[in-house]
Design a protein around this ligand. Sequence first.
Ligand code: GLA
Length: 733
Amino acid sequence: MIKSLFLFFLFVWMFGIQVVKAQKEHLIAVETENLGLYLHAEAQKELKQLYFGKKLRESTQLLQALELSEPAYPAFGNGLDVEQALQVVHADGNPTTRLVYQSHSVEKTENLIHTKLELKDEFYPLFVSIHYQAYSKEDVIETWVELKNGENAAIRISKLTSGYLNIQAAQYFLTHFYGSWSWEMNVVEEQLLEGTKVIDQKQITRSQRDNPAFMLSLGKSTEKAGEVIAGALAWSGSFRMAFQIDNYNKGIIAVGLNTISSEYLLDAQKTLLSPKFILTFSSHGKGEASRNLHRWARRHHLPPMPPKGLPIVLNNWEGTGMDFDEATILRIIDDAADLGTEIFVLDDGWFGRKYQRNKDDLALGDWMVNKTKLPKGLKPFITRCKQKGIKFGIWIEPEMVNSKSEFAEQHPDWIIRSKNREPLAAIGRGATQQIVDLANPKVQDFVFSVADNLLTAYPEIAYIKWDCNHYATDFGSTYLTGDRQQNLWIDYVNGYYKVMGRLREKYPHVIWQACSSGGGRLDYGALDYSHEVWTSDNTDAWSRVFIQWGSNMIYPAIVSGAHISASPNQATGNVTPIKMRMDVAMSGRLGVELQPAHMTTEEKARVKQAISDYKNILRPLVQFGDLYRMDSPYEKPYASLMYVDEQKSKAALFVYVLTYTPNDVSTGRNVPILRMEGLDPLKKYRIEELNVSEKLSSPSVGKVFSGDYLMKVGIQYSKTKLNESSIFYISEI
Ligand code: GLA
């Protein structure tokens, strides 16, 4: 007995797992290097939050002022008229819950501390586990909740948040991201006054209207200064982020599932898992908040990346649309290789049998090669790619179906459809597009098989662009019973993750791009399974400066597919020099999206050189470096940003002129000064320029300066005309 006790304690000591029973009061500290969330737990009492913010030196003092504490995860029924974290209607119809603390455990590994708190309703067998996973070096906490129904019948979840925080500041400024198809991730900052501000999405498959992420400044913040909380929900469906400010200026942040039309019926003895809420805190402005999230994503969240970084893609969509044949594609593959790109991706239009996909109103669901268009199938493309030393990738949209398809004829019951109503698909793409019912495991198998069959038939496929173009206009599942219809929104998204999880496991070498009419699946849920996203169907360079600026406030540049496309741009009609088009695409995951046959010889030569510089110089910096935003396109006539490597020995500085401003370049007066960031003040750096057009962009090119000088004085920038741009390469000597 004594021996086994000894072994138990040895195990606990060795593996750092500490289970604490609820005998007395506990101060529970969830800490990273700079951030702290402190909770007060006492047996059979409501869990309280004592403080959240900059890590405390002596947290035990919090126990002397328990009167300042607030509920850490309040449920409807606790008597308080505040934004609640949870509401459950119990099996007997009682809509109230009172959660009390039971126990907690802490598990430590090198950089990670996982704290799990066990709560229970004081009367009903409803068990709530709250998880906090703290990433010490990245200053990020992931938090999520597990809800177990121990009752003997189903309960209804009317509200479920993943993360709940009490905050306090003199003023609050909320930054959030809104948009639409072809104009994603606009950045807006607004002051929050008394009341509740809700940012949400009420359906599945797209988050272009509002992205599930935010930054909340406690008092005014800039890129470099001020306290900022940044958060993102790892969920690709309907979400709700609420920010409540009361009459004493105390704040609450509650982020989780949106249960509008989605109250979840949870069966007896079953568990519902909330999505993860990712949270960081910066005392040095928004820039640091972004870098914390980016580092966490690259090190701990995104699928493992190829060591060199993500490959350079050539996608034929904007070049050919669906109008291609074998010869056209073979020629594009030759050109793709000649330009130096590393993967050719065949986009929409390659499939369909009875209905052939030459237009966007038919054939989705029928994932067999269109033999009229491509009589020899995909094989010739794969062979040609191999000969040319590049990889082959393909576009699919397996969650979608057109009513004009063999699939729709064979499996009408596998499509989301409102009972007793005509489909509203007419307001979607092609006027016939509908969504398959991913809540149904059989449909999950089908969706899995779309990619699985392709990857089995063509094991050379190295990249899949997974699109999802229709937003839900109908609602209803033949798989779910009448009383569980509202489970659809949550079960759908979990179904999507299940399929992606299976595919990632079976094909770990394949690179996945998440696309939903462009940037509709830009969220850390999809990015658990996808290496990158298609940032926007708007590839216009000027627009992309804004779209990528917003995207990269939360999501790292490695995930931002950014392609050099044709001019005039197909979305905006803007005419843009090839240099600006290259310079903007090179600040993300570079690709090309045009018909190379339509490029001039000069354009080809320039793009070739740019691709080579990206491979040799920029890719490691952009895809793995730290981002510093300097001049915001929302505030200045030009935008500038930098990527710096971890050793602070190399950096790339991108500048884009977005509005002409009067200037006097010849006298050096009234011209922009670029003050750099993120460098080592003690190191010496040489300034070089890439993609140079006729003249250099700064008199400082070719010279050597200290990091201190570059960050305090900066360099003069000589370009001030609309759509002029530059890339500087800064390297330690
Ligand atoms: C969506 C995508 C595009 C392209 C088309 C094909 O709009 O965002 O990149 O793949 O679908 O239909």
